[in-house]
Ligand binder design. Structure first.
Ligand code: DAK
Length: 258
């Protein structure tokens, strides 16, 4: 039995972490299933992916504290690498990934959401990196991605203080783009994913690559990355279709991912 449920609606994939009895906490098996589920997404067909948690209470309540409690230093490092490898795969996934955060996003849950391109959440969502209260540092990228998303000062306050924040505060500091009533969250996630999926897939992928790779280098190198990816869009069928539709004053566009 897999801890990940996967379904598709048109060009949108929906991946649900399904371990509700432990509030979807990430143990080794969940991480392995998540890794396999990501690998199985057919990016020739799927143009945007949503990640959410099962149940009404929790997105992911963190890495599994029971499993981590007895780890040696070497095992702790290996566990961290396992999570980091999966989360990095999500971050570098060729198509956009939306985290639909339906409750607790603590520790590894907050870190999972931060490896996604866009975060939206329900009003009952709670975010935090409680690790220093457990005697460890965030280990699935939290020290790096939180500071990049919300700024160094806010990240340090949250991490040093093991301070949880609610949805409205997460919105205020830019950790999430939108907050919705719980019953609307998935519909809104699907709507956002469908909007992305309706645009030219090669252009969307190249835009993701340009933003993400450009942020890792200085502005002169970043601009060159953009130029190359911009150039690569030309001569594609979808570039001709998109510009052709504009010139012909045609609303309908048929992007074929070529
Ligand atoms: N791990 C394992 N089980 C968990 C869990 C977790 N993180 N969170 C919840 N559960 C389980 C509970 O043990 C409980 O199981 P039973 O007792 O029913 O068997 C069930 O889920 C329901 O939880 P509660 O009864 O506690 O539910 P409440 O509504 O009362 O409280 C809560 C919800 C989310 C506030 C509470 O469960 C809680 O505080 N959970 C722990 C949250 C947390 O501290 N998460 C951060 C985990 S640390 C690293 C690699 C990775 C990481 C760090 C380092 N390196 C390699 C260095 C990552 C670390 C983390 O993510």
């Amino acid at each position: 039995m897999s801890y990940i449920q996967y379904e598709t609606e048109g060009a949108v994939g929906i991946l649900t972490i399904d371990r509700p009895k432990a509030l979807n906490a990430l143990n080794s098996e969940v991480l392995a299933d998540l890794d396999a589920a990501i690998d199985a997404v057919d990016t020739n067909v799927i143009r945007a992916l949503i990640i959410t948690g099962s149940g009404e209470k929790s997105f992911v309540a963190g890495a599994d504290i029971g499993e981590m409690s007895a780890l040696t230093k070497a095992e702790g490092e290996a566990f961290g690498k396992k999570g980091n490898d999966v989360f990095r795969k999500i971050e570098a996934f060729p198509i956009p990934v939306i985290a639909a955060i339906n409750g607790f996003a603590l520790g590894g849950g907050c870190e999972l959401s931060m490896s996604c391109d866009i975060r939206i959440c329900s009003e009952n969502a709670v975010f935090g990196q409680p690790e220093t209260g457990l005697g460890i540092t965030p280990g699935f990228g939290g020290t790096q991605r939180l500071a990049r998303i919300v700024g160094v000062g806010m990240a340090k306050e949250m991490i040093y203080g093991a301070k949880n924040i609610k949805a409205d505060e997460a919105y205020r500091i830019g950790l999430v783009n939108h907050v919705y009533p719980a019953e609307e969250l998935m519909a809104q996630a699907k709507k956002l994913a469908a909007t992305i999926a309706a645009n030219a897939p090669i252009a969307v992928r190249h835009a993701k690559e340009a933003i993400d790779k450009g942020l890792q280098v200085d502005i002169d190198k970043a601009i060159v990355i953009e130029e190359k990816l911009f150039g690569d869009c030309f001569e594609t069928a979808d570039q001709k279709e998109g510009m052709g539709a504009f010139l012909e004053k045609r609303k309908e566009k048929n992007f074929i991912n070529q």
